[in-house]
Write a protein that binds this ligand. Sequence first.
Ligand code: CAA
Length: 282
Amino acid sequence: MEIKKIGVIGAGQMGAGIAQVCAAIGKVVTLCDIKEEFVDNGIVTIKKNLERSVSKERISQHVMDETLSRISTSLLTTDLKNSDIVIEAIIEDVDIKKALFSDLGNICDPTTILASNTSSIPIGILAEASGRPSKVVGMHFMNPVPVMKLVEVIRATGTSDDTFDMTFKLAEDLHKVPVLVNDFPGFVSNRILLPMLNEAMFCVMEGVAEPEAIDTVMKLGMSHPMGPLTLADFIGLDTCLAIMEVLHKDLNDDKYRPCPLLEEMVKGGKLGKKSGEGFYKY
Ligand code: CAA
């Protein structure tokens, strides 16, 4: 079966990016969120990205209009009933995601694949909540989605060959490079990346160096495109904390203890770029 209709739940930076790349290859996309304002912001982000591509003469105005015309928005998950695949990209909270997968299991056609873009939560937990584990898979995109090539395709114990193969093929059709990863907390990307970001935060907390200095060390010394603290602000400090908490709890090892400075900043509403302040001001 070819995937033609795609539901994306969550119109934040990840969901909007996923909706954009899917529509760009001709898929019919429904972008769903809980508030009108959220879906509107998602569409604004997509328009801005496409306009940049038009201004750089990478795509024509006609292609931009066609891409946008393939994206509709909704506040109701029931509108995703007939989707071939639903890709979830909501807040990184295990209970909220479990409730959503349980709803999707009831709402969607039995053939619908349910994919999660979770950054760290084991797919098996969501698969169980859905009541249709063979149809559940992880599809972990990187931020910014239109730019980054990688998609981790996470295979849980119950994921069927068919579900895995179709998801892997969809990632290839999206001009991404899918990589098979088994179902462990944080997968590969965030199991390795987040402890590094967390360690950079410990360096700030302990006064090893100023944020700018830490970022410069990693950019110029290790050729990272962004320093770890800029990247943490870019990902969102609430998301970074949620991932560290999953690693800490599920891998049961204190080496994953979230940096207290990170916890304090999130409590104080400093969430990085999206809130206007994190390790830097925006
Ligand atoms: N959305 C869409 N496109 C974007 C973008 C965004 N938010 N930000 C930058 N771009 C595009 C730019 O338009 C530009 O495109 P063109 O080549 O068409 O001009 C291109 O990306 C390069 O951008 P810039 O020249 O402005 O800046 P840059 O060279 O510094 O690149 C970057 C920006 C691609 C974001 C680069 O800094 C980078 O690779 N950073 C690291 C990103 C990263 O590590 N992502 C993974 C995060 S972890 C994750 O996502 C997993 C998780 O679960 C938390």
